[in-house]
Design a protein around this ligand. Structure first.
Ligand SMILES: [Zn+2]
Length: 168
């Protein structure tokens, strides 16, 4: 989230946050941090190729990433990932904690919100993937094609490479 200029609890003007300490409201003493919002993404692998999604919305509309999205409040990470994949591609996936690839913190959007992007490898178990929701198009790519893709975020390339190396 962008730095708050006013305390979200009481509306008092607050100072620019320190990177590690956040910003403490002089009126109600609550402290506000620039914590990242968690996102989940799935690198779906089949027959040596990975599914990548062209973004249909900003930020980075037209560039590619792994399908997925923001977790809802209180949502289990893998349940949220299955929900997002169902919404965006209309398919069911097989994914479990051992499919974890990595977690990357990066900025998102015009206001430089922070996100914590959790990436998992996954396999299709039901349905045919079709672009829905905020996915404009999908492609299947092999390891040799990764350097030519216009990725939305640099970690997408490395996550996809690592999922393909696992050969799931
Ligand atoms: Zn306050």
């Amino acid at each position: 989230m962008k730095p708050f200029r006013f305390c979200p609890a009481c509306g008092t003007a607050i100072a620019e946050p320190e990177p590690e300490r956040g910003s403490t409201c002089p009126s109600c003493s609550r402290t506000w941090y620039r914590n990242p919002a968690p996102t989940v993404g799935a690198v779906i692998v089949r027959d040596g190729k990975a599914l990548i999604a062209r973004r249909g919305t900003d930020p980075h509309e037209g560039r590619f990433d792994s399908p997925g999205g923001f977790l809802e409040a209180g949502e289990d990470a893998l349940a949220g990932l299955r929900r997002e994949i169902r919404e965006e591609l209309g398919v069911g996936i097989d994914v479990d904690p051992s499919d974890y690839i990595d977690a990357t913190v990066h900025t998102y959007g015009d206001e430089d919100d922070y996100v914590l992007a959790l990436s998992f490898a996954a396999r299709l178990v039901s349905g045919r993937p079709q672009a829905n929701d905020d996915v404009a198009d999908i492609r299947w790519v092999g390891p040799d094609e990764l350097d030519d893709v216009e990725w939305a975020w640099e970690h997408n390339r490395e996550d996809t490479r690592r999922a393909l190396q696992r050969g799931t």
